[in-house]
Structure formats: C-alpha cells, structure tokens
Write a protein that binds this ligand. Structure first.
Ligand code: 0A1
Ligand code: ZN
Length: 870
C-alpha cells in the first residue's frame, strides 16, 4: 500500500510517546521471495496507570500473529498506517509476526533487494515497512537481531553493533545474532545480507579501543574501497582532534549499494552507502568524485556523535543532526582540501540549489513547521543552509566559545533525542553568549537581501556605509523580522594593502572585526582615511544572504588581485561576471564587455598555478546566472549567457591554449590537490576554447580522450565537445561508451553529460537515451544521471519554447512515481520554478504540473511538491 495520504503534520502538535520500548528483539527469516519478521518489544507506559491504546506504525505489512506476554491477543485493529492495540498493562512483552516482500520493493525504503542482496533504508520512516513499531526518533531502544538465510546465497549477514553468535542450520541455511549495546531510534536500524568482497582495516582510538573497519562491496569491486578506508581513518582521527569524540563500538561496517535513494546512511555501526559515494578508482571516479567519497565518509562517521548518540526528538528537528553534521563535514573538508576551494564550492552549491529552493514554492525554514511527506524535507535548506546557520553561530560566539558550547551539548544530551532549541541553549551555556535574537534564522524561510551603499567624503577622510536588510514574504510567512547578519568586512587601499583603522558603528562588532547587522538599517563609518578605500564585504561568505552593492569594476579587479580572504577574492571575480551578465541582459553589451575585460585582465595577471584560477575559469552555469532574477525571460537569459561565455573565451584566448598545455599532469593519476587543480584548469581552458576555436578544441579533446589515464580528463574531453554539433562529438561519446559500458559509475557520468548537451540533451535525444537497455529505472543513480541532470542543469533543454522539455520530464516523473516516489519527487522540482519564468513557458509548465496532479494514486511525495507549486 503506497502512501497517498495528504495529512499534514505540524511541529506544534508534538506529543511525547505514550509507550517506550526498552528492548527490541527482531528475527528475520529470509526466504525466497518473502521475509518473515518477528518482533518482540519490551513495552513500558510512560505514565503508568493510564489506559490509552498503543499505536504502532506499519506500512505494507501482512500481520500473521500478535501475542502479548505469551498469550494470543485479540483486542487490536489493523488500519491504514498501523496497528492499534487496546487494553495493554503498563509493562508487557508484545510479539508480532509479519510477512514482507523485499524483492518487490521498488521504493527502496524498508528492506529491499539491491541486485543479489538485501539491504535496509529506514530513515525517515522506512522501519514501519519492516515491522510494527513506534516509528519516531524519540523512542530509543536496545536491539538484538537474529538473521536467518540461505548460506550460499547470503554468506554475509550484518546488523548493528556486535555479532555475538553465528551458526549453521539445517537445509544449507545459517544464522547470525547481532546485539547493539547503544539504545537507538529505529531509523538507525540496518540489516544487510549478501555475498560481498571485503576490505578490512584497523583503527585504535586515543583511549585505546581497537576498532575493526570493514568495507563491503560487490564481487570485483573490492579494490575500489581503498580510498574510502583511508578517508574513514582520517575522519576518525579528525573528530578526536577537533571535537574530542571517539568511536564507541568495536566494529565499523560500511556496505556499498548500487541502488540507493540518497548518498549514504549513518545507521549505527553499519553505514550503507550509494556506490557513487564509496567506490573510487581513477577509471570510475573523477577528482570531484574522490572528494565526494571523502566528504560523505566523514559526514556519516561524524553522525555517530551528531545524530546517533544525540538524535532528534522529531523530524522537524532534522537540521539538528544534518545542519550540524554538514558543518562538521565542511570543517573537515577545509582541513583536508585547499580551504579556499572548499569554501568556494560550498557557496556555489548553496547558490545553485538552496537559494532557488528558498525563492520557490517549497521554501521552508531550516526548522520546518509542517510537512506531508518527511522525505521531501531532506533539502538543501535543512542541510546546507542549516550548516551556514551554525557557521554564523560560531562566528558570533567565537571559535573557542563554540567549542565549549559543543562540549556542553555532548555532555548534556548524550543518549537523548533533543531539539534545535536544546542545541542553541548548549552553545549559549558554553560560550556565555545570548543567542535569543539569532534563533530567528531557524524559523524564517527565504534568503535575506543585504544592500550596501557607500559614500566617500574626501574633505574629512570619512568612508560611510549605509546597510539595509530585507526579506521577502514566503508562503505562510507574510511578515518577516530582521535577523542578526554577521558581515565580515575589510578595507583595502588603492595599492591593495589592508587599511587597519577600526569601524565605528552603532552595531555590535565581534572580536574578529565582524559587524552584526541586526536591524533593518544601520550605518558604519571609518574616519581619518588618506584616500578612498576599497571595501570587501561578506568575506568568507559570512552569512547566507544575497548582496547588492554597486562597486566600480576597478575595485573588484583590485580585490581579485589583493584580497587575502580567498573566498572574497574569488567572489570579486564572480561579481564582475554577474554584473556583466545583468548588463547584457538589459541590452548594454558594451558595459558588460568592459566588465568582462576587467575580469579577464585580472585572471590573466594571476599565477596560473594558483587554485583560484581554475575556479574563476569555471564560468557560472546558466542556472547560477538566473539566481536572484525575479522574472526569468528564458530567451534573453540564453542570449546573455552565450555572450558572457564567448566574451570571456575571447578575452583569454591567448592564455587558454598555453595554460592548457602547461597544465599537463603527472602520470600515473593521483588524487591530490595539486594534480586535481591542474586537471581542473585544463578542463576549464578546453571548455572555453570550444567557444572560440572549435577545431582546436576538438583536436585537443580527441587527443586527451585517447591518452588520458583517468576519468576526470576523459570527462573534460567529452565536456569540451558536448555542445558542438559535429561528427567528432558522437564519435568520442561512442568511443567512451564502447570502452566503459560495463562500469556503471563511469557510464552515469556519460549519461549526465549527454543530458546537458546542446546536441543530444534536447528532448528527442533524451528520449532516445531513455530507450537504451542500460537506462535502468531500478537504479536511482541512472535516473538522476539522465533526467535529474536534464531538469536541474540543462536550462536550455528543459525550457524549450514549445514545452517539449517540460512534457518529457513530467512523463518521467509519472513513470517513476509508480516505482519510486522519492526519486520522482526530486525529479519534479525544476517544474516548480514556474512562478519566476516569464510568458507562455510558465503556462506550459503549469499544464504539466496539472497533468501530474491529476494522476490517480499519485504518491504523497510528489503530490506535496506539485500542490505547493500550483
Ligand atoms: N541521513 C542521511 C541521508 C539520508 C536520508 C534519507 C534517506 O532515505 C530516505 C537516506 C539517507 C545523511 O544525511 O547522510
Ligand atoms: Zn547526514
């Protein structure tokens, strides 16, 4: 039975559980085509002496028996969504037996078949598809799990914690018993059964615990686990050094799943990972892919403390664990990667995904107040904006205060299910700061706009800023209040030196010179200056806001040269490009080109070995260009986008080939910062070269594809020819597919590129790709590679004037909805941006959304998204 209920759940309705589950014993009898699950719950009423019925969640289960304290029990009702048991004593032992069908589970939630093995995914509410249980994160229980299965088909049987027994049974079967000493919510339960290749390592914690690290993947994939193992060890050490947190079990297991709805899952002691976030070798992972593996390994490991030992009281608190864990992952990433590149990537990601979400119909606060389907709220807002909110908190209370606050959080709440409010209170207690006003960041949706105007008075040597913040209304939040916005600012003199005189303002300033704009309008000034200074504002991207500040081209060019904050340095270049795009969009090509010439000169004057060059050369995508536009005139945007790209390519024509050739990397491939930067610069040069000298780009790309020893360079070659309507394009793509047909992860990248191609990625070409035998709708990675990329990243393809792009995407949403609602509800999101799209296109988008909404039996997942947009 699929979930089609449109019932809304509200944060304000939270009630503590009526029953707690002290112990949970599970028995899995895995058979051919079905699994029998017997669950024994040691129940205790939270308020003894009361009479309320026990409600257990359950979805798609066939109840075979119900026994209480050893006696068959008849006073119960099985209804939509669960089981209600009446007349229970204050304490009792309740046993249910149910039948489930993992082989038929295409939603990939609960227990499902992933190729030849069985795996679970229980967050957010998958456990109710395994057995009847109070499926809510504030019910923590100790688990003992017995798994029984055919020994040759499923030689490895895993669950959380420690394996305390295993034995052979009659009929070629065997069983294993696992016990997890740590009480946990059921969303952290996991089970895996299959035949794997394994890589093992060891780790000794500072206090001397020996931990066995075991990574499992498909047969033949074992040699691709090495980088993940290294990354795991690095993460374990990092959390000890930076937060004083150690691992708390004797085994840490990770299993790769080829069919997985998300990136990975932090189940206690038994993480399950999408293969794309775990397996890495030079032929199947790009440099960016290696970084994803390292970051996701760290993320899931860090969850052990921020998520597992301290979990969420309810799902509205999701950012308690996700925002905080993304923040910790980002800190880790800033220590193991080039910190400047890491921060630039974080901000680019935020702007490309979270800003549009916050400007669209699904805008929601970091702590949402209501939802229909929780799976729809694993969003960039909860994750990435949630992390930015914590980063701002650290800025406001200072690094040492933040660390003390984290210690308070761990001490106070270990073993509990808590709220975001508890977290903020712990940071206050540890740092001594008052964050009362700051809490609004968790409650208000939307991206604040900060406007800066400046004024120079040469006669008095005074430089004055007028600051203003605004936040547009969002659904359900018509009136917004000002939030405390930390603005990191610095002044430079005309030769690029730092001006050290202090800012004067009615606003609070932190010890590190950050100004806190906590009201609608305010002024800041500097006096006694010898010359007009150059302002740098929002250094390090100190707050998740949009900035409006008209600044002379020469000032931005100076910041591109002189800023010592690497993010701000990169951002100065972005602001030139974005301003140029805006000029061209309103018809002032000459003005735009002048700005781009300033940009190109500053880039050309930089040492090409500096990592920032690769970042600058990676010109914003069309979607990034449209960020912040209230109305999107698609045709005009595409023209302006093209003008900007070509102008930059022209402006750097001389450098491109020289830099391309000079960036030849060492062989063999190694994933390290220096090599990766050179490959990135080379790829960007080739991409730009294709704009102005297609013949040369094709020749270099063909050569690169033929000689490269790694996927990063091969993708660079294909990307360079991707938009060229020439026979070589098809030849190169074909050559790649012939060679890598059997490598799913490499072919996913190939599908992704095709999906955004100006040649193949138009609706007819996408439809053709979807007919290929290797387009498999049972594997979310493949669906996302083709239709996810098409919808999210192929602006021109999706927005074809005749609406065929919308229709194609809607067709796929409908097909996927019947199989896997979680995947479908992510695919549909680009169509919900219709309110910003101008003209006939918006009407065509609406038609497709209405067609989807009209489907009988539409999943709650897709319905929630579509209804918000209509
Ligand atoms: N908690 C995981 C992400 C995750 C969320 C939901 C899932 O299925 C619906 C799966 C994974 C993380 O943050 O890594
Ligand atoms: Zn997470």
């Amino acid at each position: 039975m699929r979930n089609t209920s449109t019932q809304v759940k509200y944060l304000r309705d939270y009630q503590a559980p009526l029953f707690l589950v002290d112990q949970t014993q599970l028995h899995f009898d895995i058979r051919d085509g079905e699994t029998l699950v017997t669950a024994t719950l040691e129940l205790a009423r939270s308020t003894p002496g009361t009479q309320e019925a026990l409600t257990l969640d359950g979805d798609d289960l066939t109840l075979l028996s119900l026994v209480v304290d050893g006696q068959p029990w008849t006073d119960y009702e099985v209804g939509e969504g669960g089981l209600v048991v009446n007349g229970l004593p204050d304490r009792c032992q309740l046993t249910t037996q149910v039948r489930i069908h993992p082989e038929q589970n295409t939603a990939l939630e609960g227990l499902y078949a992933c190729g030849p093995y069985l795996v679970t995914q229980c967050e957010a509410t998958g456990f109710r598809r395994i057995t009847y249980f109070p499926d809510r994160p504030d019910v923590l229980s100790r688990y003992r799990v017995t798994i029984e299965a055919d020994a040759s088909r499923y030689p490895t049987l895993l669950s959380n914690g420690n394996c305390i027994e295993s034995r052979s049974l009659d009929g070629g079967r065997h069983e294993a018993v696992w016990e997890d000493p740590h009480p946990k919510p059921c969303y952290l339960f996991a089970l895996v059964a299959g035949a794997f290749e394994q890589l093992t390592g060891e780790y000794t914690t500072t206090s001397g615990r020996q931990v066995s690290l075991e990574l499992y993947a498909d047969q033949g994939q074992g040699q691709r686990l090495g980088f993940a193992l290294e990354s795991l060890i690095e993460s374990m050490r990092w959390d000890e050094i930076h937060y004083g947190r150690e691992y708390d079990l004797d085994r840490y297991l990770i299993v790769a799943a080829g069919a997985f709805n998300m990136g990975a899952m932090e189940n206690k002691g038994l993480n399950i990972f999408n293969t794309s976030c775990l397996l890495a070798d030079p032929d199947t992972a790009t440099d960016a892919g290696y970084r994803v593996v390292r970051d996701v390994i760290a993320h899931e490991y860090f969850h052990n403390w921020t998520g597992n030992r301290i979990t969420c009281r309810d799902w509205f608190q999701l950012s308690l664990k996700e925002g905080l864990t993304v923040f910790r992952e980002q800190q880790f990433s800033e220590t193991v990667n080039d910190p400047a590149v890491a921060r630039v990537e974080q901000v680019r990601g935020l702007r490309a995904f979270q800003f549009p979400e916050d400007a669209g119909p699904m805008a929601h606060p970091v702590r949402p107040e209501s939802y229909v389907e929780m799976n729809n709220f694993y969003t960039a807002t909860v994750y990435e904006k949630g992390s930015e909110v914590i980063r701002m908190m650290r800025t406001l209370v200072g690094e040492a205060g933040f660390r003390r606050g984290m210690d308070v959080y761990f001490d106070r709440h270990d073993g509990q299910a808590v709220t975001i409010e508890d977290f903020v209170a712990a940071i206050e207690a540890g740092s001594g700061a008052d964050l009362s006003a700051f809490r609004i960041w968790y409650a208000q949706a939307g991206t604040p706009l900060v406007q800066v105007r400046d004024q120079w008075d040469a006669s008095t040597g005074t430089y004055r800023l007028t600051l203003n913040q605004q936040l547009a209304a969002t659904r359900g939040q018509p009136d917004k209040k000002p939030a405390p916005i930390p603005l990191s600012v610095a002044l430079f003199d005309q030769s690029g030196g730092r001006v050290s005189s202090p800012a004067q303002s009615e606003l609070r300033q932190t010890d590190d010179g950050v100004i806190v704009l906590d009201r609608p309008n305010a002024q800041v000034q500097w006096t006694g200056l010898a010359e007009r200074p150059v302002l740098s504002v929002l250094r390090g991207f100190s707050a998740p806001v949009r900035l409006h500040f008209e600044q002379p081209d020469a000032d931005l060019a100076l910041l591109m040269r002189a800023e010592d904050d690497a993010f701000a340095r990169w951002e100065a270049g972005q602001r030139l490009i974005h301003a140029a795009f805006a000029d061209v969009l309103k018809g002032d090509d000459a003005r735009g080109k002048a700005r781009l010439s300033a940009f190109c000169q500053a880039v050309a004057a930089t040492d090409p070995e500096a990592p920032i060059v690769g970042e600058w050369l990676d010109i914003p995508s069309t979607i990034e260009f449209t960020d912040g536009l209230e109305r999107v005139d698609v045709d005009a945007v595409l023209v302006a986008d093209n003008v900007v790209r070509r102008t930059v390519a022209e402006g750097l024509r001389e450098q491109l080939e020289a830099w391309y050739l000079a960036a030849e990397t060492e062989r063999p491939y190694r994933f390290d910062a220096q090599q990766a930067h050179r490959r990135r610069r080379r790829a960007a040069c080739l991409q730009l070269m294709a704009q102005v000298d297609a013949d040369k780009a094709v020749a270099l790309a063909s050569d690169l594809l033929a000689t490269a020893d790694n996927l990063t360079d091969r993708m660079a070659a294909l990307a360079a020819v991707n938009d060229l309507d020439r026979p070589e394009r098809a030849q190169l793509f074909q050559a790649f597919a012939d060679r890598w047909a059997d490598e799913a992860l490499a072919m996913d990248k190939w599908f992704q590129l095709q999906a955004v191609s100006a040649v193949q990625g138009l609706p007819a070409g996408i439809a053709e790709l979807a007919q290929r035998p290797d387009y498999d709708r049972g594997v979310p990675n493949r669906v996302r590679a083709l239709f996810g990329a098409f919808g999210q990243r192929h602006f021109a393809g999706l927005h074809r004037g005749n609406g065929e792009g919308y229709r194609l995407l809607a067709d796929e949403v409908l097909t996927m909805d019947a199989l896997n609602p979680q995947v479908a509800s992510r695919l549909v999101r680009p169509l919900t941006q219709l309110t910003r799209i101008e003209g006939e296109r918006a009407r065509l988008m609406r038609t497709e959304l209405e067609r989807i909404a009209a489907k009988q039996d539409l999943s709650a997942d897709v319905r929630e998204i579509v209804s918000a947009a209509l």
